[in-house]
Ligand binder design. Structure first.
Ligand code: MOS
Length: 690
């Protein structure tokens, strides 16, 4: 391998200027001739059937082209699904059944957005309501084992015997609410037909995968569908699946035979796109008096919709972080009449590590031990459950470096010992992991006659800097300057590629690009002729040895608590990360800081509130659903420890989600340290503090 020149160098985003000058077009921005607009009508009841949709009432309204509902909508293939199997969440306008409040019941199509919206707001829809159940508890009668899509049940050692032999046992229960991805850019799609070919511009996390789902849904050949995704204003998981906007825009284009654009309103983004399910997580930890864990039991329950299988894999970090002779994990699903939950910002690990790392802090308290020291004493030599070797594990480096930079050593571990005026002050920490790896992708590289290289992969840039990172990777893989790389991404036509999700985008795409570059460089070349090499990494990935592959982090924080109002302010937030080779320190740092803000927001603000009587989400907007604002966020410190993932090109791991994962527990632990009161329920609202 030639010298690496571009990877590891801080560079601003390639498209940064286009974005700040407004030249970058997002999905809803694209000017288009003959464009019609669809406005979505959603159900106001949580369960039942549609009695009537009075289409005649809006047919004569200005600009209205028509209404699509279950009576005239194109029939969808019920087999269409997501990664986890058939997805009933996608079966829009197929029947009169209302499975949850906020389900699309009609699309009004009109000449302008305003006309569509006016008619949609007017459209009379009546329902035959049926009793619904949206009340989540772990011991709900619907509770059943979660489908082992991943994060399956594990059982090693004799849990009860180890707990009985423990000097100290923590036996607590942690709760996290429904949370919403809330990307800045609402979901938008424009679809149109060119002859027999369906074209779409859509806001999503992976155009190839979305195109395959869309083709299956509409019973089309894959070559009949093209999905493009040029600039995306965040996804956080909610754009990982084929979104309702794309299904509905395609229906509109199909029925009205012209381009139709569907952009969800902010409340529809809450009501119709992925949310993190509420969780309830009992944990038992048993340890010797010296802090060595004997038993870890983590058996979370999460809510689900009967429409689509999903797993909130809360116990992933539990199987990774600490050694113990007995470990037991189980995931329980509770089907309810709710929006199908799906991946959101560090899915599973974020709520899971809140529970585990809070319980570890409680254990340290009961042992009278430094919580940092408790983690160090339980560092495993191999995967605690799997017995597999770790590919590279630099959690201890994160913990030690983070502690040193934070000034952890001087902490008095007793709670409620620091005051500044009327404020209580506390510090807290947490460690965590997030699984990493790569999925099969196809890249092609063309050596052009002008000495440049065209690099093609159906990657997506969610705003994280993927374009910039992949350009650096391609340059180093080809041993050229970045100026000679011409990158094409964001188009399903560019071939199969993994999505920007699961913290596996960059690694998956980098692998394919690196391999294509290696093959191109091995070819004898005539510089006057174009040469193209295309590589599929499926086989290479199959050959990758089985190991425990994770990114790690240690998060330290200082909070103040006003004992009169219960207001928590995060004053310091420091994260140390082991994410493999850092491709672009500028954008990677920005990404983990963004993740930590997400974690802060999860700790203190975010909570989807449901009215159980109506089954409806009552704060489906940015006024009611609080997300950390600038004034809530301190000057965050984030840095990387040296780390390199063996067996993966350039040693990349993936920094997409680890930033999010550890922060909530660190803050909850700091609030306990300030106040002496444990916070086992997120968010840490004022009324839960005082
Ligand atoms: Mo991510 S929440 O896996 O898109």
């Amino acid at each position: 391998m030639n010298a690496v020149n571009s990877i590891g160098v801080a560079r601003p985003r390639i498209e940064g200027q286009a974005k700040v000058t407004g030249r970058a077009r997002y999905a809803a921005d694209k000017p288009m001739r003959d464009l019609a607009f669809g406005s979505v009508v959603v159900s106001t009841v949580a369960r039942g059937r549609i009695r009537d949709i009075d289409v005649a009432a809006v047919k004569g309204m200005p600009g209205v082209l028509g209404v699509i509902d279950y009576r005239n909508a194109p029939r969808l293939n019920p087999e269409a699904g997501h990664f986890f199997g058939p997805d009933g969440g996608l079966q829009l306008l197929q029947d009169d059944v209302i499975p949850f409040a906020g389900r699309a019941v009609a699309l009004v199509v009109a000449e302008t957005l305003e006309q569509a919206k006016a008619a949609a707001d007017t459209l009379p829809v009546t329902y035959d309501q049926e009793p619904h159940d949206t009340g989540f508890t772990a011991d709900h009668p619907n509770a059943r084992p979660a489908a082992p899509l991943f994060d399956g049940p594990e059982d090693i050692g004799d849990l009860e015997a180890e707990l009985a032999a423990s000097a100290v046992v923590v036996d607590e229960r942690y709760h996290t609410p429904e949370e919403h991805c809330s990307a800045m850019e609402p979901h938008s799609a424009t679809a149109w037909w060119e002859g027999e070919r369906l074209q779409a511009i859509d806001s999503n996390q992976g155009p190839f995968f979305i195109a395959t789902v869309l083709a299956t849904l509409f019973s089309l050949g894959f070559e009949q569908v093209r999905v493009r995704t040029e600039h995306v204003g965040g996804g956080f998981g909610s754009k990982g699946m084929c979104g309702p906007q794309l299904v509905l825009a395609t229906m509109g284009a199909t029925l009205f035979r012209r381009p139709v654009r569907v952009t969800l309103t902010r409340d529809q983004v809450f009501l119709m796109t992925a949310m993190r399910p509420a969780t309830e997580q009992p944990i038992r930890l048993g340890a010797d008096a010296d802090g060595r864990l004997r038993a870890i039991q983590h058996e979370p329950a999460f809510e689900l919709s009967p429409l689509a299988e999903y797993i909130e894999g809360c116990t992933e970090p539990t199987k990774t972080l600490y050694a113990a002779p007995a470990i037991r994990t189980r995931n329980t699903a509770v089907p309810l009449d709710i929006l199908p939950p799906y991946s959101m910002r560090g899915p599973g690990a974020a709520p899971g590590s809140f529970a585990l790392e809070s319980a570890m802090d409680e254990l340290a308290e009961r042992l009278g031990l430094d919580p940092l020291e408790l983690r160090l004493r339980n560092e495993p030599a191999v995967g605690p459950v799997s017995g597999l070797p770790f590919s590279s594990r630099n959690l201890v480096a994160c913990l030690r470096t983070g502690a040193e930079r934070f000034g952890w050593a001087t902490r008095d571990h007793r709670p409620r010992t620091r005051r500044e005026g009327h404020l209580l002050v506390g510090t807290g920490m947490a460690a965590t992991s997030f699984s990493v790896g790569a999925f099969p992708s196809v890249a092609s590289i063309t050596a052009e006659v002008d000495g440049t290289f065209t690099v093609i992969i159906a990657a997506t840039d969610l705003g994280t800097g993927a374009r910039t990172a992949l350009t650096a990777i391609a340059a180093d893989a080809l041993a050229i300057d970045t100026e000679r790389v011409r990158l094409r991404i964001s188009d399903s036509e560019l071939g199969p590629a993994w999505s920007a999700g699961g913290s596996r985008g960059t690694t998956s795409w980098a692998w394919a690009i690196t391999e294509a570059a290696a093959q191109l460089r091995d070819q004898p070349r005539d510089p006057s002729r174009r040469v193209t090499v295309t590589v599929d990494t499926t086989q290479l990935l199959n050959d990758l040895p089985s190991m425990e592959r994770h990114a790690y982090s240690a998060v330290f924080t200082e909070v103040t608590v006003d004992p009169a109002t219960g207001e928590v302010r995060v004053r310091r937030l420091l994260g140390m990360f082991a994410v493999g080779q850092v491709v672009n320190p500028l954008t990677a740092r920005s990404q983990v800081i963004g993740g930590m803000i997400g974690g802060l927001s999860m700790a203190l603000h975010e909570e989807g509130v449901r009215d159980q009587v109506s089954g409806r989400h009552v704060n489906a907007d940015f006024a009611g659903y609080h997300i950390a604002a600038h004034a809530d966020v301190p000057d965050i410190e984030a840095d990387f420890v040296p780390d390199y993932e063996p067996g993966i090109p350039f040693g990349i791991k993936g920094a997409g989600e680890i930033g999010n994962v550890g922060t909530a527990a660190a803050i909850a632990n700091a609030v306990w340290h300030a106040t002496g009161k444990r916070q086992r329920r997120l968010p840490i609202r004022l009324d839960r503090v005082v």
